[in-house]
Design a protein around this ligand. Structure first.
Ligand SMILES: [Zn+2]
Length: 132
């Protein structure tokens, strides 16, 4: 992975046609870029795990009584390409923002969720409810 702070560089580097398998040690780099470009660095560091998921590409969970991590993002272990991975990570980060910053109890696809559409588009990403 090239050393860069530009998501466009990474999207270009990985290409559209190559499937992307997220490595847990590489995710923080991409998380940081999205946090800065989309969320003005307001997000903290949730627990992020990668595993095979059925019926979704990612999800966000809030567990108020968890001993260590109340906020958790789970990502699927395989994506169509890097861009799709970035879209899903960004999508779950919006849910995290809704919970952490907006204090919304149910982080749904409401108008606050879609208020990030333009910022996503600037990075070449789509913000949708479902991706496939
Ligand atoms: Zn969602």
């Amino acid at each position: 992975m090239p050393r860069t702070k530009s998501l466009a560089t990474l999207i270009n580097y990985y290409g559209e046609d190559r499937s992307f398998t997220p490595r847990i040690n590489k995710i923080p780099t991409i998380y940081k870029i999205l946090n800065k470009q989309i969320f003005n660095n307001k997000l903290k560091n949730p627990k992020i795990i990668v595993k095979r998921i059925h019926g979704a590409l990612g999800y966000f969970e809030f567990s108020p009584y968890a001993t260590k991590h109340c906020h958790k993002i789970t990502l699927h272990n395989k994506f169509r390409n890097f861009r799709e991975f970035a879209e899903i990570l960004g999508h779950e980060m919006v849910h995290y923002y809704q919970k952490l910053i907006l204090k919304q109890n149910t982080a749904k696809h409401n108008k606050e969720f879609y208020s990030f559409t333009k910022k996503f588009a600037k990075l070449g990403l789509k913000l949708k409810r479902v991706y496939r």
